[in-house]
Design a protein around this ligand. Structure first.
Ligand SMILES: Nc1ncnc2c1ncn2[C@@H]1O[C@H](COP(=O)(O)OP(=O)(O)OP(=O)(O)O)[C@@H](O)[C@H]1O
Ligand SMILES: [Mg+2]
Length: 264
């Protein structure tokens, strides 16, 4: 079965999309088949992978509603082995329309089964909310990762997400657990960054705190050209940081053999 990673945090702008796209790209560069599911109506992951809204006939909302198959909606990207199920503003209407539906929260899991099984890794980029699209992703996923800005004010938001994951695990998805906190916008030598790492390790334990992603201008520039950090600037701190985190993520599970080298 594929490993299904959900990058989530209710706090906006903490690096969910940057982390989803670049961890996914790093895993694809390692030889794995990777599917990014863009569950955010802002469609930033879709755009960061070079796919323009104008080119889309259908998006994730059509898959969730059962109008299109996921296989027909997924798009290849310029990164070998990396595909994406794109998002659009239409997902915001979807979320409004079905917000009170008890069934809709299972559609992410049930309507994407085939494409998820075909991948080694599925990466969900979630919106900065804890509503239907995030809930659906957590029900479809198996591993939650919380990107968190290396700043004290971010701590409470992180605790809230850990509690949400535990609730989803209890009520809907026993396979789900929090596998890592990823400190983002980290500043070497800055007291607040170092103190935050210490506090995180104290409160949630060493093994859950993954390597930090430094504040790095190249990471902010890359989406503008629709590129991952590895295409934009391979020799940047951002590329090195995300490759290291992707290796940690890979090593946290029983990694499938890379498909590229698997027997045909
Ligand atoms: N380590 C970093 N260094 C510098 N800029 C970064 C870094 N990580 C992300 N950014 C930039 O910060 C902004 C927010 O990042 P990102 O879009 O990944 O956050 P997000 O959590 O997905 O936001 P949202 O909640 O709106 O979905 C983006 O412009 C991104 O390019
Ligand atoms: Mg985002």
């Amino acid at each position: 079965m594929s490993r299904r990673l959900v990058f989530t945090n209710r706090k906006g702008g903490c690096g969910k999309t940057t982390t989803s796209v670049n961890v996914a790209a790093a895993l694809a560069h390692m030889g794995f088949q990777v599917l990014v599911v863009d569950t955010d109506p802002q469609a930033h992951a879709t755009m960061s992978l070079g796919i323009s809204q104008a080119d889309l006939d259908a998006d994730l909302s059509h898959v969730l509603e059962g109008r299109w198959t996921a296989a027909d909606v997924q798009k290849t990207t310029y990164v070998p082995r990396l595909k994406v199920i794109p998002s659009s503003r239409r997902l915001a209407d979807f979320e409004r329309r079905y917000s009170n539906s008890g069934e809709a929260r299972f559609w992410m899991r049930d309507h994407l089964t085939g494409v998820m099984d075909a991948a080694d890794y599925v990466v969900f980029d979630t919106p900065p909310t804890t509503q239907l699209l995030t809930l659906g992703s957590l029900i479809a996923g198996t591993e939650a990762y919380i990107p968190m800005q290396a700043h004290f004010l971010a701590m409470e938001g992180m605790i809230e997400i850990i509690e949400l994951v535990e609730q989803v695990q209890r009520h809907y998805n026993p396979q789900l657990s929090v596998r890592g906190i990823i400190p983002t916008f980290f500043e070497d030598g800055a007291e607040f960054s170092e103190q935050l790492m210490e506090e995180l390790r104290d409160r949630i334990g060493d093994e859950l705190v993954l390597k930090p992603i430094h504040h790095n201008l190249s990471l902010a520039e890359a989406p503008g050209s629709g590129h991952t950090i590895f295409q934009h600037k391979l020799r940047s701190t951002g590329a090195v940081d995300y490759y290291k985190v992707a290796l940690q993520v890979r090593n946290l599970g029983d990694p499938p053999e890379p498909s590229a080298t698997a027997p045909q």
